[in-house]
Design a protein around this ligand. Structure first.
Ligand code: NGO
Length: 532
């Protein structure tokens, strides 16, 4: 397995550099950098770019000090604690969180309540001036999104986990913001290589920065079964015992998984668990001989071929197995969706595939969950509440077009745009290339609301960036593939199409690099970006 160097720590003079590079309407001119421009630049550097940003040129700036308090009303307390957790390490300030702090200035205030209708359930309004920062939203999810913006309004050093000098200033102005799509997702394949709970948490923290609100976990595939199922214990003891390349694999106990769900929920991210079926099931077939049509368990598999395994469609025990697994998974997961896979069932005939899902879909729906799956499962015509996930490489697909016409919402993850495991170019040491090379402009350069034939914006529930892990073994690897493309996909999912602008994006992306360096996030130095 190839390795590559981790991000080099660098000393940076970020703000001036990035301020000058910003172009487009309303941006400060490059001619004469002054203090105003340096401050303002941060306001227009946010990713995903907000719906509206109004810098207040005469408003000065807010400065975080040892006396700053984070004022919250009751429902906002948890977001306040999260914000304090983000700000304390670099500032070294106490930043008490609570409801009854003195109102004599220097306050970051997080309030739930009435906001303009357009802000909706996930948006927020942020105002900053000399006295304080005022963040308002209808829900704590909206406040949480606003907090991610506030982080980016502070200097990059705020992302350091060690104390830094500051000054910790926020430019004065007003931001009104809300998402384009409700469902903004990342996927991590923990089957091909197992990632520990801490590694998953670290990715959760990173995707939260960019207002991603779903994490799809690909929990079972040919190479490994990663979630404890009490009624079928061999799935993990045997099926979880290896991974691609023959490493030790691993799995999440139910307690570990609950902890992951809670960790994600504190970051307003819902975990969407996937058990892939009827293909991609070698780990299960190897764990229980009776699941195989011939009654013989195949050996564990540590290669990276796809499409060779299938559950036995005509055996009754198959459906008992599926029901047991999905029941335990549904009990474990408070979220709205169960993902039932359905991709690349090349070892299952079409009639068998349809027969299988016509039995499995009612089982999943009977558990009170909405069903999501790779778009092939549309062959079995699921109900209109099901969410097909398009992962093809062309801009037309008959199954998906017909589903949209029937009223299904669609989740878009075109492999040639959003697959974070595709190599950036022929020299990328990690990743695959079956869907092509995906440089940053490729990941950013498409419109989810006008991409798939017959799937208008109104039929799109959201966008997902999957990260498959055939070649990825460590958090460094995850980060190298996700950064900088994950922020590109996140912006497509959040920001209005009217703001779409490659020049603006690449400039704002460059300004993220010092933040990643401060946070210790590895990333690919794409030659398309003028990194500071
Ligand atoms: C495909 C395949 C996965 C691979 C991935 C690699 C889907 C939905 N099924 O995507 O098994 O891991 O490509 O890019």
């Amino acid at each position: 397995m190839s390795r590559f160097p981790a991000a080099r720590p660098r000393v940076l003079t970020v703000l001036t550099v990035t301020a000058l590079a910003v172009g487009g309407a309303g941006a400060p001119s490059a001619a004469a950098p002054d203090h105003h421009q340096v401050k303002e630049s941060r306001m227009i550097q946010v990713i995903p770019t907000p719906v509206s940003v109004t810098p207040d040129r005469d408003g000065g700036e807010f400065r975080l000090t040892p006396a700053t308090v984070i004022e919250t009303d009751r429902g906002a307390r948890q977001v306040g604690e999260y914000l304090a957790g983000v700000l304390r390490p670099a500032t070294g300030y106490r930043l008490p969180v609570g409801g009854d702090s003195p109102r004599d200035g220097n306050t970051i205030s997080l309030k739930l309540g009435r906001v303009a209708d357009e802000i909706g359930d996930q948006g927020y309004e942020l105002r900053a001036d000399r006295r304080g920062v005022d963040l308002r939203a209808r829900t704590s999810a909206g406040l949480f999104a606003g907090v991610q913006t506030l982080r980016q309004l502070l200097p990059a050093e705020i992302e350091s986990r060690e104390q830094r000098r500051g000054p910790w200033t926020v430019p004065a102005g007003r931001i009104v913001d809300h998402p384009r799509f409700e469902y903004r997702s990342a996927m991590l394949d923990v089957s091909r290589h197992f990632f520990s709970p801490d590694e998953v948490k670290s990715y959760i923290d990173q995707i939260a920065l960019y207002k991603i609100n779903r994490l799809h976990l690909h929990l079972a595939d040919d190479q490994g079964w990663r979630i404890q199922i009490d009624s079928w214990p061999n799935l993990t003891t045997h099926g979880g015992s290896t991974e691609v390349g023959g490493g030790p694999g691993g799995f999440y106990t139910k307690d570990e998984f609950r902890d992951l769900i809670a960790y994600a929920a504190q970051r307003h991210i819902e975990i969407v668990p996937e058990i892939d079926m009827p293909g991609h099931t070698n780990a299960a077939l190897s764990s229980y001989a009776e699941l195989n049509c011939d009654g013989v368990a195949p050996p564990l598999y540590t290669g990276i071929e796809v499409g060779f395994s299938s559950l036995c469609i005509d055996k009754e025990i198959t459906y008992r197995f599926v029901e047991d697994v999905l029941t335990e998974l549904a009990e474990l997961t408070p979220g709205e969706y169960l993902h039932i896979g359905g991709d690349e069932a090349h070892a299952t005939s079409d009639p068998d595939y349809i027969k299988f899902f016509q039995r499995v879909l009612p089982i999943a729906e009977g558990l009170g969950k909405k069903v999501t799956g790779w778009h092939e499962f549309l062959k079995a015509t699921p109900s209109t509440s099901a969410l097909p996930q398009y992962w093809g490489t062309t801009d037309a697909n008959e199954l998906v077009r017909d589903a949209a016409a029937r009223g299904n919402k669609i989740l878009l993850s075109p492999a040639n745009k959003t697959y974070l495991d595709m190599k950036y170019d022929e020299n990328t040491p990690l990743g695959l290339s079956w869907a092509g090379y995906i440089e940053v402009d490729e990941a950013y350069g498409w419109n989810p609301g006008d991409y798939l034939d017959g799937v208008p914006e109104s039929a799109v529930l959201g966008v997902e960036a999957p990260l498959w892990a055939e070649t990825l073994e460590t958090s460094d690897h995850i980060e190298f593939m996700a950064f900088p493309r994950l922020p590109a996909v996140a912006e497509l999912a959040w920001s209005p199409w009217s703001t779409h602008d490659w020049e603006s994006f690449r400039t704002r992306l460059a300004a993220q690099a010092p933040r990643w360096e401060q946070a210790g996030i590895n990333f690919y130095r794409s030659p398309q970006i003028d990194w500071p």
